[in-house]
Design a protein around this ligand. Sequence first.
Ligand code: GLN
Length: 554
Amino acid sequence: MTARFIFITGGVVSSLGKGLASASLGALLQARGYKVRLRKLDPYLNVDPGTMNPTQHGEVFVTDDGAETDLDLGHYERFTGVNARRSDSVTTGQIYSNLLTKERRGDYLGGTVQVIPHVTDLIKEFILGDTENEDFILCEIGGTVGDIEGLPFLEAIRQLGWELGRERVMYIHLTLVPYIAAAKELKTKPTQHSVKELRMIGIQPDILLCRADREIPLAERRKIALFCNIREESVIAGLDVNSIYEVPRNYSEQGFDKQVLKIFGIADETRPDLKKWDEILARVQNPRQEATIAIVGKYTGIGDAYKSLCEALDHAGIANQAKVNIRWIDAAGFENKNVEQELKDVDAVLVPGGFGERGVNGKIAAINYARTHNKPYLGICFGMQLAVIEYARNVLGIKNAASTEFSEYKTSSTDDKGSLVGLMTEWQRGNVMETRSKGSDLGGTMRLGSYECDIIAGSLAEKIYGGKHISERHRHRYEVNINYREDFEKTGMIFSGLSPKGHLPEIVELKNHHWFVGVQFHPELKSRPFAPHPLFASFVKAALAEDERQKKAA
Ligand code: GLN
């Protein structure tokens, strides 16, 4: 194995954009023709972020192979186009969980199990495992230097520096250079302290990425280089930008990728091919149209909670060369507001994935408005389940239609079809039958990852996807009950996508509506700036058409 490893750590404060910096470096190396892979090591104790509140952690990103991971993996996929895997994300919780299983099995028989070497060995095993002839493996360490939980990870990457040799290992540290208004100066001291902290652990960074809100003058760069024991040209400024698509070019113009190769001793005089990035940026900066989409959800104050969704809408904007504005609507209590007032002038409505009862009525009110006012509607996962419930209640007259997620289901007669949305107890994945029950663990037990879906001929879904067989990523516990199919289809709501055996409804759509689609999966997880997702592209196109209609009507 000859892959080189680049470790990215962060200092001073969190939220500096380590994930984006890592993804950008991955993209730059790729643009020079190298094969890359990106990984995230998160020091928190949860086994995965699946059980964390989005307000704490942001969105949970799901991989094809069904791992619930950090949202940074989404950045990696979107910037490099390389599908992440379960083996690209690890946490302290996972490491310890493996460690304790081994200990109980007797793998360490006779020995005292310790952080060094046992925990650090497992971390190293993770870093080195499951590779495929990549030239570079970029590993981002979550948190900031100085966190207690982060220490075993830093120790493990320090050891790898020795074991693999410095020709194969590099350390990049991301810090903050704050501007102090009273002194009218950029301050380098926090960076110096952060690097000092790293060096105390035995890691000398090779490159410093310094986030700043303005140009870092040469004098300050020199100071940072001198005090941090780094070459001057290895002090790279990460300046605030308007669009994330500017980041790779900005870094490259300062010689970031060139420095990385130089430090590894790779002679490469070429320049990265950034044409596709420039093209995207040009489209983002020159929109021809605009549409406003209402997102009705529970975590509307926190952009990170719907990261991939926002990105997918941006990609759809790129596809249509249009600007997509988002109007966040807090679903909790929305049903008591004047729904008409709030939604009248938006061009489309989107209800994203969600869990639990809070906000359900607000979401249903928004869906009802979109359905009855011919506003383009996209319902994702919970947004599909609630669209089906809204339709059952208000069109089919099934007043108690609900999901067992938020309402206990009571059988009313012997030919009862069951709860409209409920827990399906088993489903097929490949050759394996997976099962779940009411009492099973909440962590990692949902229907997770990519599943095939067959699309019905002649449907809007077929037109959008341009094909009949698709594969999309899932993350949910409940399913729409197929037994109701006939009742829905008779009155105009079509089950246009089904699981291969036809048991699980995956896509629903309305026949007599401009654009109304609900999907049980999360299409946003597969959208890329260079390959906008067809569902989002089509949805935004419908929103733009609605915008035109409204303008004409006015
Ligand atoms: N809460 C729903 C379920 O578990 C939907 C989940 C989601 O929207 N991701 O089935």
